[in-house]
Design a protein around this ligand. Sequence first.
Ligand code: PMV
Length: 327
Amino acid sequence: MKATAQAPSNIAFIKYWGRKDNELRLPANHSLSVNLEGLSTVTTVEFSGDLAEDGVEINSQVATGKQQSRVVKLIDRVRQMAGVQTKAKVTSYNTFPKGAGLASSASGFAALALASTAALELDLSEKELSQLARLGSGSACRSIPDGFVEWQTAETHEDSFAHSLHPANHWKIVDVIALVDQTEKTISSSEGHEAALKSPFYQTRIQHYLPNQYTRIKDALANRDFTTFGLAMEEEAINFHAIIMTSDPSILYWNAATMTVLHAVRQLRTQGLEAYFTIDAGPNVHIFVEEHNVEALVATLGQIPGIQEILVAPPAQGARLITEQAA
Ligand code: PMV
């Protein structure tokens, strides 16, 4: 009654921001993402009749409060599916550099969904695993399928899941992540999803901006058209942060170094190095380049004050079971 799973983090080109249903985590818009190699969570779940209560350990620390209850809530659902009441021990660690300031909820809940269902021999389909991971953290549903992934909005739990558009080896583009702040963010994404609905520009994003932008990026991914992809992804990031800044309450995720990196990326383009940025709900900058430009980009970023660390993440496959155990 024990299994271990590894799942990647993902970065969205069209972000999920704002929900139709908070409890079921049904997104207000479709999103597109890629899984990131080297940034993953490894989780072991063991159900045992010897346990008096559930235990959760993340990165060698006992989880408490909200962090613990979110994990137990998903395990409760899995127990319900399997018709058992056995308690579980969950042990999990991230392969991200320590304190990278990158969201681990996507990789974390994807790994938890796979490991816990496998431990109880539930043998779910990819679609069912994606639905389940979504209940833990919306973006986690996109860390189940391989490579480049799409998650469409829907009205019900059964209809809201992600699927792969292209495998990881479809396109050799690379996410070079400039870490400018490695602390955990103070405003949770749940608060952000709520606050976004009150931005005066939110409905414009959902109804008028995203439909075209979505098709533009999806087509550029299919055609491996880097320029169209990059420009559209960068525009979306600005649009997304405009919503964040004008939401109620207003949220400012960027710091001074974030802005410095954004200018540097645009400057690089004028010098012939084709690089484009996107930014998640945080200050760190994800810069996409084609594989042959990774080295030049990393060398340039190394000169910019305020960048604490640089990570290089090619596209990755989705969640999978592994034999190694999360110690
Ligand atoms: O999965 P959540 O509820 O933590 O939402 C995070 C959503 C973003 O990372 C901000 C965007 C996205 O689509 O990944």
